[in-house]
Design a protein around this ligand. Sequence first.
Ligand code: ARG
Ligand code: ZN
Length: 873
Amino acid sequence: MIRLCDYRAPAWRVETVELDFDLGIDASELRSRLRLRRDPAQDAPLRLDGENLQLLSISLDGVPLPATAYRYAGNVLEVDGAHDGSVLETRVRLRPAANTALEGLYLSGSREAGFLLTQCEAEGFRHITFFPDRPDVLSSYTVTLRADRERFPVLLAGGNPDGAGELEGGRHWARFVDPHPKPSYLFALVAGRLEVLERDYVTADGRAVQLKIWAEADAIDRCHYAMDALERSMRWDEQAYGRNYDLDVFHVVATHDFNMGAMENKGLNIFNAKCLLADPDSTTDDEYRHVEAVVAHEYFHNWSGNRVTCRDWFQLSLKEGLTVFREQSFSADMNSAPLKRIEDVSLLRRAQFPEDAGPLAHPVRPAQYSEINNFYTATVYEKGSELVRMLAGALGQDGFRRGMDRYFERNDGRAATIEDFLAALGEANGTDLTPYLAWYGQAGTPRLKAHGQYDAAAHTYTLSLGQRAPGGNGAEARPPLPIPVKLALFTRHGDMLPLHLDGQTSGSSNEMVVVLDQAERDFVFTNVVTAPVPSLLRGFSAPVVLECDYAPDELALLLAHDIDGFNRWEAGQQLAARAYENLRDGNASDALLAWCDALASLFGNATIDDALLADLLTPPGEVELAERESAIDPQRIHQLRQELQQRLAARLGADALRQRYAALAAHTSIALDAVSQARRRLKRRVLELLALLDRDGAAELAAAQFRDAPGMTDRLAALSVLVRGGAPQASTALLEYRARHAGDALALDKWFAVQAQLPGEPALERVQLLERDDAFTLKNPNRVQSLLGAFVRNNPSGFHRIDGAGYRLLAERLVSLDALNPQVAARLATAFNGWQRLESRRREAARTVIVELAAHRGLSRNLAEIIGSVLNH
Ligand code: ARG
Ligand code: ZN
């Protein structure tokens, strides 16, 4: 176990790194020359990380070392006799084609046609060469690649190009020098047959940059959208943060074989193809926005991550939370801000809240880990972003910019900590932000309790806020967190009231932020002329669960009138959740009536944005609803949610739904503008609702939509309606889709995923059938995600079978997968999170399977850590 409190500065640093690669598919050789610097204050022997390396030769200061002068064991190379300024030279042999873990140097695609690439974050560099593989060792890199010209026409590494040429025997070479010292996790190389899309770019500070996106020949035409997104990201970072790109060339490469979304290697970003390639025939609107977001995210890392990096991996959120926040702000500017907020908060609730409530819970800055790859989590990323958002809110737009300028200026070229971040933001604004540090150190989602009291005689409104730390035992001892609550007060007619807090006015504003920094506090608003309805936590101003005793008609009022698009949606979500609980408990439901009535009137309102309306018409998902249960029965939750939607559909009426569908379907287009995207989104939602009232009619419409769809968004929506509804047309549609997209891995992934999300008992058999499909393989992470990931994560009613067959399937696949790719296995295994809260039969079935898995010998550290935590908590 690695602990934050054990951090020590490195005893040895590396000033310069020279790497010479001799590349081949089966075997690659690498000569490394490291110029070492010793910390005079420490006297530890030279120890370098290295995993599974075949050491061919080693010399120190030009002298070959005898076997007695070094020891390589337990993934550490210890070398005697090094001193400050020594040069260590090693040669190793690597086996890229045999590397199925996709960490270090590996082959993407086939031996004949594929290409070589690397993935180093977090600790992949030690699979390439011996090195102090930790982010606080920053070095200057010179990288030379040599390879057969015919097999590897393109040779890329991070940094600026520094020469290239021919060698004997049909070979060639290329050299790259990176002027910016960097940690080893940002090293990258790519070699093979790739096509390029190029664009010239001039930064705001006048640097001419060549933007080059590389992909295999069949994919290069699908890189135009990413190129546009890259250019938008670069401009935006110049304007919003004053950050310019800092090399002469910026490479981006797409691969189908990648463990996560993408990687910000300095000057050579590498992307999972699904986060980069886009064209209307194979990419949905949601995926287009995702491509834009990931391109931006990786680009923004050039400053928040690369120029300023992390001292150690406990600080991971320093770069990830901050970069997610920067991406979210960018996407909000490029698209609709309220829709982006709804999307991000939905993700937080679907992925992070359950993580934070179960055995895998950890603080945004974890205190310990066994395998760091297990900590690239929704907590570190998404909750981390929410923490930055609170800080940005506390400082205001100008103050945050001032603080960020200070942060970049003071930490440029450094490996920093979260304290450094808070200090820079605070000092630039003359404020102390250290109270926010507590957010980084504790796991769990805090509860915010709100209660309002109106005094009609005194015209005062007292808002009592209280916070409760999550997690019961010992949690009481935790100090209160600063919780910013953005709020407004509405009249019963839906108008906003001017705010006067304790006599002081908030200017002319009718929205303000109060910060609850104690366990409980009353906020007294004066001159409140009528009993108000509070709109609290607007824009989701803090990552908490709000508990407020709203009456259904108050939520309906906010749903109808709140001008904060997020809170309007949120009011609808709260109302729907109440309705769900009433249905579950067999109680009469004012909430259900209020929810349906409010939505029916919005449905007829022509001024509301189609995309927002689509979101308003969607109740909380099954995973979110499960968070409200003490004994989870996923199939019952699915049924209740269906019933809830059916009631809504009935209230809207089949005729109105059909008419709306027809009106929306009259615009067939593949245009990506907001209005066209919004129409497609609403059209899908309307069709889904109609399917709950008129199965056959909706299936006919879906079949026609599938046939005539001009692009993937409409096609996939129709296919999903057919498959989920068990429509007779589904099997033909699946065959057609399959034939049409046969050569397109990303489209095929969606074909698998749609079927893996078939609700209820039949899903498992379908998944087992699909596992036998020629196109299925455990070796490709995207394919694994699309079938097994979609099943265990996005299909609770299918996965959580009462007979435990879903759990057994997952456990069996985890064992096979772990032997190939531990990172992907560990991520899939997190689907067992929350098993303790299942109802008793499922819980017992899950326990049996997990206990057995935990006892399995030879599990990777990745998988063992996840299974161990899930079991022992
Ligand atoms: N830094 C990358 C990104 O967020 C993700 C790298 C994930 N690495 C890993 N081993 N899980 O952009
Ligand atoms: Zn990132």
